[in-house]
Design a protein around this ligand. Structure first.
Ligand code: NAD
Ligand code: LMR
Length: 332
C-alpha cells in the first residue's frame, strides 16, 4: 500500500491552478504516493470547483486519492503535508479602478490573506508541513504567513523557481545548450524586478558561468533585466500573468523538495534568512537550496559572490526590508 499525502491548493479555480492541480496527482510529482487534494477558493467562486473535480475524476489518475473543495481554509488545512498558496490577485488587472502594474502594488491587497491562512497552517497543518507561496508579492506574503503561523518546524517558501527556469532558458539559448545542461541556477533576493539571477555561479555543462560567458555587457544589459522583467513581458503579450510556466515551476519546486539534490546542484526558492550571506535574519530571501538525504532542506553555503553580485543582491535585500516595513501592521 503506497503512502498518502495531503496537499492544499488555494486559488484552485484560477489560471495557475488549472495547470497545476492535474500534475499533483499524475504519479510523477509525488512518485507512487496517493495524493489527497483539498482545494480552496473564495465563497464567490468555490462552486466552480465542482467542474474541476469532475474533470479530475474523468482524467484517469490512479494516484489520485480523495478530492475535496471548500471556502473554509481552516477545514482544508487539517493534517496537510503541503500547502500551495496560489490564491491572490495577479497584476495586470484593474482593481478598485486602478491598473495593478507592479507586484509591490499587490502588497496591501494580498498581504492580509496570508495572516489568517498562516494562523490556520500553524495550528492545523502537519508539523513538518511545507508551504510554497506563489501569490504575489510572494516573498513578503510568505513572511506574513510564517509570522502568523508561529510554528518553526514548518518550512515556508516563496517561489523563485520560475525565475530560475527563465534564466536557464536564456542561458541555454545564449550558449547553444539544452536547458538540462544548466545547473546551480541561483536567484538571489526577491521575486521582483530587483532579483539577482546569478550568471557567475551557474554551471553550464559543468563549467562555471563566469568562465563560459565572457560578456559583462550582455549579462548587465540583457540577461539580468530580461529575467527580472519576464513576468511583465508575459503579461503585456498575453493580457494575463504567466500561468502554465508558473504551474510548472511550482511542480519543479515540490519535486526539488521531495528528492535529494544532485551533488553540485541546487534549486531556487526563497526561505527565511538565518543570516546566511549577510542577509538580515527572518526576511524571506531567494537562496540556493539543497534537499538532503534525510529530506531536510538547507541553504547551500559555499557560493562566493563577486562585488558585482553583492551589489546587485543588496538592492533586492533592501527592497525586502522596505516591504517588511510596509506590512508591519500585519505582524501582531
Ligand atoms: P487568477 O486570478 O487566475 O487566480 C487566482 C485565484 O485565487 C482566483 O480564482 C481567486 O478567486 C483566488 N483567491 C483569491 N483570494 C483567495 C483566498 N483568500 N483564498 C483562496 N483563493 C483565493 O490568478 P493566477 O494567474 O492563478 O495567479 C495567482 C497569483 O500567482 C497571482 O498573485 C500572481 O501574481 C501570482 N504568480 C506568481 C508567480 C511566481 O513566480 N511567484 C508566477 C505567476 C503568478
Ligand atoms: C511572474 O513572474 O510571471 C509572476 O510573478 C506574475 C507577475 O506579476 O509578474
Amino acid at each position: 500500500m503506497s503512502k498518502s499525502i495531503k496537499v492544499v491548493v488555494t486559488g484552485a479555480a484560477g489560471q495557475i491552478a488549472y495547470s497545476l492541480i492535474p500534475r499533483l496527482v499524475d504519479g510523477k510529482t509525488f512518485g507512487d504516493k496517493i495524493v489527497n487534494l483539498a482545494l480552496v477558493e473564495i465563497p464567490q467562486v468555490v462552486d466552480k470547483l465542482e467542474g474541476l473535480v469532475m474533470e479530475l475524476e474523468d482524467s484517469y489518475f490512479p494516484n489520485m486519492g480523495e478530492v475535496t473543495y471548500t471556502d473554509n481554509f481552516e477545514e482544508a488545512s487539517k493534517d496537510a503535508d503541503w500547502f500551495l498558496l496560489v490564491g491572490s490577485i495577479p497584476r495586470g488587472i484593474v482593481y478598485n479602478g486602478k491598473k495593478i502594474e507592479e507586484r509591490s502594488d499587490l502588497l496591501s491587497i494580498n498581504g492580509g490573506i496570508f495572516v489568517d491562512q498562516g494562523i490556520a497552517i500553524g495550528r492545523y497543518g502537519k508539523n513538518n508541513a511545507k508551504i510554497l507561496v506563489v501569490g504575489n508579492p510572494a516573498n513578503t506574503n510568505a513572511f506574513i504567513g510564517k509570522h502568523a503561523a508561529n510554528n518553526d518546524s514548518q518550512l515556508w517558501m516563496a517561489m523563485t523557481m520560475l525565475d530560475a527556469n527563465r534564466a536557464k532558458s536564456i542561458l541555454a539559448k545564449k550558449t547553444n545548450n539544452n536547458v538540462s545542461d544548466i545547473k546551480n541556477m541561483i536567484i538571489w533576493g526577491n521575486h521582483s524586478p530587483t532579483m539577482y539571477p546569478d550568471s557567475e555561479n551557474v554551471q553550464i555543462l559543468g563549467e562555471l558561468g563566469s568562465s563560459v560567458i565572457n560578456d559583462v555587457n550582455w549579462v548587465e544589459s540583457d540577461f539580468i533585466p530580461k529575467v527580472q522583467q519576464r513576468g511583465k513581458a508575459v503579461i503585456d503579450a498575453r493580457g494575463a500573468s504567466s500561468a502554465t510556466s508558473a504551474a510548472k515551476a511550482a511542480i519543479d519546486t515540490v519535486i526539488a523538495c521531495e528528492n535529494p539534490t544532485d551533488p553540485g546542484d541546487c534549486f531556487s526558492a526563497a526561505i527565511a534568512s538565518d543570516g546566511s550571506y549577510d542577509v538580515p535574519k527572518g526576511i524571506i530571501c531567494g537562496y540556493p537550496l539543497m534537499t538532503l538525504e534525510d529530506g531536510s532542506i538547507e541553504i547551500k553555503r559555499d557560493i562566493s559572490l563577486s562585488e558585482f553580485a553583492k551589489n546587485k543582491f543588496q538592492i533586492s535585500i533592501d527592497e525586502l526590508l522596505s516591504e517588511r516595513e510596509a506590512v508591519k501592521h500585519l505582524m501582531q
